[in-house]
Design a protein around this ligand. Structure first.
Ligand SMILES: Cc1cc2nc3c(=O)[nH]c(=O)nc-3n(C[C@H](O)[C@H](O)[C@H](O)COP(=O)(O)O)c2cc1C
Length: 160
């Protein structure tokens, strides 16, 4: 695993979809700063251009137990790659090691099937006012918080 780690000298990109409270965008910005990466939305990506990057991070909020469809659809149409690294990130209402692994599984499977090595994954809590939660002021108010952003920064540093 360690051998596959991104060495920090290549070109990196974050593909982000974040709409509910821009929670995932907050962590993406911190990661992008560390990695000196561009952030693009899935609809701004020409699938062929992904080949130009040595490291690509794919992230969104978790909606109905998976990443946004726009990311999953992008993963379906990207060309197969050879020896390229990716990472996965998300924010979610409910988090945890096995929850995160499950939430990320659809996107992970697609990326792996395209030849990406998924070198690491990150998830933290995000403010959630979906559905009835709105009536009670939502869950995870204030998340991601300073500590979450710090963790996102450390995560990105660990990729280099
Ligand atoms: C339509 C919808 C569905 C959601 N489904 C889930 C879910 O299945 N599991 C979960 O943990 N959180 C779920 N959430 C909470 C979001 O993952 C959380 O609020 C996330 O931080 C939103 O990210 P964003 O602000 O970047 O869009 C859902 C939120 C919305 C709006």
């Amino acid at each position: 695993m360690e051998n596959n780690r991104f060495k920090g000298r290549g070109k990196s990109l974050l593909v982000l979809y974040s709409y509910h409270h821009h929670n995932t965008e907050k962590i993406a910005k911190v990661m992008a700063e560390v990695l000196n990466a561009e952030i693009k939305m899935p609809d701004q990506i020409n699938p062929d251009e992904l080949q130009e990057y040595d490291l690509v991070g794919f992230g969104s909020g978790i909606y109905s137990a998976k990443h946004d469809e726009s990311l999953l659809e992008l993963a379906d149409v990207i060309p197969e790659v050879n020896n390229k690294n990716a990472f996965i990130f998300s924010t979610a209402g409910i988090t945890g090691k096995s929850k995160s692994a499950k939430d990320h599984s659809k996107l992970r499977e697609k990326l792996v099937s395209k030849g990406y090595t998924v070198i690491d994954e990150f998830q933290c809590k995000g403010f959630n006012t979906n559905s009835f939660l709105r009536l009670f002021g939502g869950m995870n108010k204030g998340r991601p918080n300073t500590e979450d952003l710090k963790n996102a920064e450390e995560f990105a540093k660990s990729l280099i």
